[in-house]
Design a protein around this ligand. Structure first.
Ligand code: MOS
Length: 994
């Protein structure tokens, strides 16, 4: 692989560093060559085979200068997005050295060394021969080391286009420095840090620990209890049936999307590539196949609809051009990948690919006035009160992919009388339903959409699920055969759109104390080509930005229409960006004033008065404002002050590792939307429940089950509460059985579905009560089964539905939380380790603390992905290039906090919330910016150190750490040549031997 495919192997580098040989066998002939030579050669012909690898036994040379202290060292290095695997290295290295102490100077002499570097963007790993030559036989002094690292920098040079070229070279420098500096007599103090006898062992901490804390409330049992997620065993065992697990009906066909790779072009035609077998393909469906009476519509929202297929013009790379239908999923995928699209770019204006282009050409989506957020106070007046002002600072923030485990999927089955049953993995089957009916031109009662459970949504299975199901339905309608699709990961990543990228320019005024007096923002949102739900982004963004008292707040937000894939809601849509931008502003102020950012945060937290000013519709009563309590409590439980001191002590003692600590608050507005439900009690006393909300893995079914058991339990039969839970089954959503299901989105669907069910149970209990009282008088005790049996005989209606709709004056509330994170940055590689995160989050009265803890942790980790790891890159045409797990790195056990402590704050009762609960599906994701801010604090310490070495100009205290803060980004802000700078400083301030 390393030789033939130029795979950036770790093993090849390690073997090269160990001076390995390979044995090649061709027929009866054997040949032994060094691995170095082998890597240089053209790849083996088909008659030869690499039969073995030989690693020489390295022993200390005996005899010569016997009695002199000698050592053999071998070390390997790797800088990769994930420390322990499943990620290619940016650079790797393996060094072998034999050294002896030099009697006269006390320094070390390198008798022999092998230095191998790999994975950095050359065809194969190399031996740095020049550097080896330079070092061999020399006494290791600062001067020699300095020469060596400069030579490494000139040697380890990636090919152009590799990406992060300067970063890779600088890490190679860091590796050699790390290897040699302990041997080098920089100063007598440094010499003490020399390797221990037998070499040092770098043992990465792999183990993590966690703590989960909550308070148990039993007033509404079994609501409030941490019961196990409904269906957990089914999911764990693989028995659970997701849309794609449904067995294919007879004659079922499989579809695959043909998407555009050009941002703006005329589509002359799509040809099936002769390389794909002609008998594979059953149809190539495009907009021309939409039946009479139907419409080219692929999704619908309250803001309008978007087309299912591009017509003769494609509007973005990733646009749906056609739906190729074949006998199997594999055939469909291969054929669609090979399909040839003829584009014609003649006489077309240039596409709009950036928000700047959109502004220049006034390409915007309208935001309805009722959704446009309101300003606070008088900006000029606030600015006039300020001691300091920052003008036109810029923040850019990019996209994120959903990375649900189950990619988009649907199955459409034609039924009698022009009807269609569609199984869809969707957060909003009601809208899938309506879109399909409109597309194929049938009344809505001809369509039935069924969704049992969704394997992760995060907003990506809302609008973006509609065209997937609609394409299947259209194909099934045209071909009169069942059609299904499981969108392959690459196509899914290209078409998904994901989170909205933004560009923010702001001006802010503040007092010398850090108190902010005025903020003005100009925000450009990149919404892509279709409206989707993008008009809600401004209000979401601004709602969460209001977590601080900005004094006066003024803004202009434009939702830009660009020729890129349409962006859609993603967990905390607009809110994540708003929260982050608030923190970026705070950090900038703190750097300007040279104070701790957390202090600036603290003094700008709302009082209840300012909260009412900034959140007039949702601020609630004084005791409901729990943020100051959270701030204090978390400071204690996370040992914030002690750890601040420890961090600054650590930073004083360590040159190449710096730590940062950061506490970030959130104030998050939630809206409870109407939701339907139905509860039916069967003859044997078992209960079946339907709700509008979809189970996405967020535990909605579990909470609904608990609520049903609680609310029906109020009938107070004997020994009921416990086994009632066992009697409840939640069944799949069926859009003809229960209508008005709406969107499972915005974190509040669990509670609104619970409320709908509670209303149903209330009605049922009312209906059953007279009978129960009668039986009680007659028999003394009443069992549930007997009551229900009697009720069936007495013709009591034991099924009822409801539609819960909080009124518009009380459907909003705020929730609060904070997170403290500690991050360690490796200044040689830019690598970050999250040492610890502590979260405290206000769940009101949690409906199920086990489920909510899972939501909080899960959201937070998804946020870590966004802020630290996930690069959703595109090429110059806007086509997604990070289209698989190979390049797109979500968090793993390697990259989550080593210590992870979560506490649920149980705040008071409230009549306007469902049994006083608060949502937690999305808001905790925002808290992950504490990891980014802690990283920034560590980088700030690194820059202060860099300045102390005499590097004043470029690395000042104010800087912008991009999102995600991947290794190259972090290293760049710490100084790509920090090693060289350090060496220069050392040599100038210490007497060094030449
Ligand atoms: Mo969520 S992004 O509200 O589905």
């Amino acid at each position: 692989m390393a030789q033939r495919e130029h795979f950036p192997s770790d093993i090849a580098t390690i073997l090269l560093g160990a001076g390995a040989f390979v044995n090649i066998r061709s027929g009866t002939a054997y040949e032994t060559v060094s691995l170095e030579e082998f890597l240089e050669r053209p790849h083996l012909d088909s008659k030869s085979v690499l039969s073995s690898v030989k690693i020489p036994l390295w022993e200390l040379e005996k005899g010569r200068n016997s009695g002199v202290d000698r050592k053999l060292l071998f070390e390997t290095y790797r800088a990769a997005p994930r420390a322990h695997g499943n990620a290619l290295a940016y650079v790797n290295a393996a060094f072998l050295a034999e050294l002896s102490s030099c009697g006269s100077s006390g320094g070390a002499v390198l008798n022999k060394c092998l230095l191998a570097f790999g994975a950095y963007g050359k065809k194969h790993a190399i031996r740095a021969r020049e550097v080896e030559k330079l070092l061999t036989g020399r006494v290791l002094t600062a001067r020699v080391l300095y020469e060596a690292i400069n030579l490494v920098k000139a040697t380890v040079v990636p090919e152009e286009g590799t990406g992060s070229e300067a970063y890779r070279s600088s890490v190679a420098v860091g590796f050699l420095f790390e290897f040699l500096s302990p041997l080098c007599t920089l100063s007598s103090k440094d010499a003490e840090e020399n390797y221990e006898e037998g070499g040092h062992v770098k043992c990465p901490r792999m183990l993590s620990s966690s703590r989960q804390v909550f308070q148990l409330h039993i007033d509404y049992r079994p609501v409030g209890e941490p019961i196990v997620t409904s269906g957990a065993a089914l999911q764990a065992s693989g028995e659970a049936v997701y849309a794609d697990d449904i067995p294919s009906p007879e004659n079922c066909l499989h579809g695959s999307f043909v998407y555009s790779t050009k941002p703006l072009a005329r589509v002359r035609g799509i040809q099936v590539n002769p390389k794909s077998q002609s008998n594979w393909i059953s149809g190539l469906i495009n907009y021309k196949d939409i039946p009479k009476g139907g419409k080219n519509v692929g999704s619908m929202t309250i803001f309008g609809s978007e087309p299912l297929f591009a017509d003769d013009f494609t509007q973005c790379a990733g646009d749906r051009l056609a739906f190729l239908v074949a006998g199997t999923q594999k055939e469909a995928d291969v054929a669609s990948r090979l399909a040839i699209v003829n584009y014609d770019l003649e006489n077309l204006e240039a596409p709009i690919l950036t928000v700047e282009d959109a502004v220049a050409r006034s390409s915007f989506f309208q935001v309805p006035p009722f959704l446009y957020p309101k300003e606070v106070g008088d900006f000029s007046k606030g600015m006039a009160e300020a001691d300091h002002q920052i003008f036109s600072a810029e923040v850019k923030i990019d996209s994120q992919y959903y990375f649900y485990m189950e990619s988009q999927t649907a199955l459409a089955v034609p039924d009698e009388d022009n009807c269609m049953v569609v199984y869809s993995s969707s957060q909003c089957p009601e809208y899938v339903h309506a879109t399909i009916a409109q597309c194929i031109g049938v009344p809505e009662h001809n369509v039935r959409v069924i969704t049992r459970r969704v394997g992760g949504g995060f907003g990506g299975k809302a609008i973006k699920s509609m065209p997937v199901a609609t394409a299947c339905a259209l194909a099934a309608h045209v071909l009169r055969q069942p059609v299904r699709i499981y969108v392959n990961r690459k196509t899914d990543m290209i078409m998904a759109g994901g989170r909205h990228p933004m560009k923010i320019t702001y001006s802010v005024g503040f007092k010398s104390t850090g108190k902010i007096t005025a903020l003005k923002l100009d925000i450009l949102v990149d919404a892509g080509i279709y409206t989707d739900i993008s008009p809600v982004i401004p209000s979401n963004f601004m709602a969460v930005l209001r977590k601080y008292d900005w004094g006066a707040l003024s803004f202009d937000i434009k939702v830009c229409k660009t020729n890129t894939v349409s962006r859609s809601a993603m967990r905390g849509p607009g809110e994540v960006q708003g929260s982050y931008v608030a923190e970026a502003i705070i950090e900038n102020i703190a750097s300007t004033l040279s104070v701790n950012a957390d202090c600036v945060r603290k003094i700008n937290l709302h009082t209840h008065d300012s909260l009412m000013l900034f959140h007039p519709d949702s601020s609630g009563e004084v005791p409901e404002y729990t943020l100051s309590l959270i701030w204090e409590k978390l400071a204690q439980s996370s040992e914030y002050s002690q750890r601040r001191e420890m961090v600054s002590e650590f930073n004083k003692c360590n040159v190449w590792k710096k730590r940062g600590l950061s506490c970030v608050p959130i104030v998050h507005e939630l809206i409870v939307r109407p939701a339907p439900g139905r509860v039916s009690i069967l003859r044997d006393g078992s209960i079946v429940v339907e709700v509008g909300g979809i189970e996405l893995g967020q535990g909605l079914w579990t909470k609904v089950k608990q609520m049903t058991a609680f609310a029906l339990g109020l009938i107070k039969c004997d020994a009921l509460e416990v086994d009632l839970l066992e009697k409840v089954r939640i069944i799949q959503a069926d859009t003809l059985s229960l209508i008005q299901g709406g969107f499972t989105a915005g974190s509040t669907t669990s509670e609104s579905s619970c409320e709908a069910v509670r209303l149903c149970c209330e009605i049922l209990v009312e209906r059953l009560r007279p009978l129960k009282e009668k039986l009680k008088t007659e028999m003394g005790s009443v069992q549930w089964e007997m009551l229900i049996q009697q009720a069936h005989m007495q013709v009591v209606n034991l099924s009822t539905s409801s539609y819960s709709g909080p009124d518009f004056s009380s459907n909003r509330y705020l929730t609060y939380g904070a997170a403290v994170s500690e991050v360690e940055v490796n200044l040689l590689t830019g690598g970050t380790t999250i040492l610890r995160s502590d979260i405290l989050y206000d769940c009101g009265r949690s409906l199920n603390p086990a489920v909510d803890l899972g939501q909080i942790e899960g959201a937070y980790v998804q946020g870590i992905g966004y802020f630290m790891l996930e690069e959703y890159t595109r090429n110059s045409d806007g086509l997604v290039t990070s289209d698989g797990t190979w390049t797109y790195k979500i968090p793993t056990v390697d990259t989550i906090p080593k210590q992870f402590n979560v506490e649920i704050l149980s705040s008071g009762n409230h009549k306007n919330r469902v049994l006083s609960s608060k949502a937690c599906g999305e808001p905790p994701l925002l808290l992950a910016s504490s990891v980014h801010c802690a990283t920034r604090a560590a980088v700030r310490a690194a820059r202060e150190q860099l300045q102390s070495w005499g590097y004043h100009d470029e690395y000042g205290p104010t800087f912008n750490l991009e999102v995600p803060a991947v290794m190259p980004t972090v290293k760049e802000q710490c100084g790509l040549d920090n090693v060289e700078t350090y060496m220069k400083w050392k040599m100038s301030t210490h007497r060094v031997e030449q």
